[in-house]
Design a protein around this ligand. Structure first.
Ligand SMILES: Nc1ncnc2c1ncn2[C@@H]1O[C@H](COP(=O)(O)OP(=O)(O)O)[C@@H](O)[C@H]1O
Ligand SMILES: [Mg+2]
Length: 226
């Protein structure tokens, strides 16, 4: 479970997060929705221990992040967290298998080929990122993040660089893998349609949460608008 209480963050004397309180339960699929500049990425970085808040409290799976030193935060992320960004950040000189292996090695997971298969890239094991489409590269990122069996997967605009067809495909992989493996999903987007896939939607505006609602009927990646 993630529990944020009155989280505040300031950049250059601009208050970017103005007292965020939020609970996210184990295995939940949460979408954080808001316009560009509303503070979504900042909140994600703080919830996942990539950055420190200036005020408030964050507890993540029983670990209080407020007091952790940088090396402790790194260890926490390594054990518990997977992260997927809009940009792929793959190592261009390594093939698919070796990129995913980097994630797997963090958790001593020898079974990483299974996750490459699960994202449909079994036939591309030896391909370099430059030989892959955008959707395939993002699927490598999903495999790399999941290869260390994180408890929580954080995604920041994961389909932001993809066209509609590949975007839907990537979202479908994420949702399918979550059902199989049961990790928690916290996904940031400015696309209101993607919120229809979530169990819980957290709407942000100008550094504040303006609404939290549950979707009574969730849509699949192929049922949402785009
Ligand atoms: N590292 C940073 N340094 C200075 N300002 C930042 C930094 N990160 C974000 N900001 C500012 O914080 C605000 C919120 O940014 P961000 O969290 O990226 O919003 P979103 O992800 O919703 O687009 C913006 O005004 C942005 O310019
Ligand atoms: Mg952002």
């Amino acid at each position: 479970m993630i529990k944020a209480e009155n989280v505040v963050k300031t950049y250059n004397s601009q208050e970017v997060l103005k007292g965020i309180s939020l609970e996210i339960y184990d295995g939940e699929f949460v979408v954080i929705l808001g316009a560009s500049g509303s503070g979504k990425s900042t909140l994600l970085s703080i919830l996942s221990g990539l950055e420190k808040a200036d005020g408030g409290h964050i507890e993540c799976n029983g670990v209080c992040l407020d007091a952790l030193k940088d090396d402790q935060l790194t260890a926490f992320r390594k054990e518990q967290i997977g992260f997927i960004f809009q940009q792929y950040y793959l190592l261009s000189h390594l093939n698919v298998e070796d990129n995913v292996k980097l994630g797997a090695n963090l958790a001593n997971n020898k079974d990483y080929r299974q996750i490459i298969e699960a994202v449909g890239l079994k036939d591309k094991l030896k391909s370099k990122p430059s030989a892959l489409s955008g959707g395939e590269q993002q699927r490598v990122c999903i495999a790399r993040a999941l290869a260390k069996n994180p408890k929580i997967l954080f995604l920041d605009e994961p389909t932001g660089a993809l066209d509609e067809v590949t975007g839907r495909e990537v979202l479908d992989y994420i949702s399918k893998l979550q059902k199989e493996r049961g990790f928690t999903v916290v996904m940031v987007t400015h696309n209101v349609n993607i919120a229809d896939m979530a169990e819980k939607v957290v709407k942000m505006n100008s550094g504040k949460i303006v609404e939290i609602y549950q979707n009574s009927a969730r849509k699949s990646a192929y049922e949402i608008g785009w």
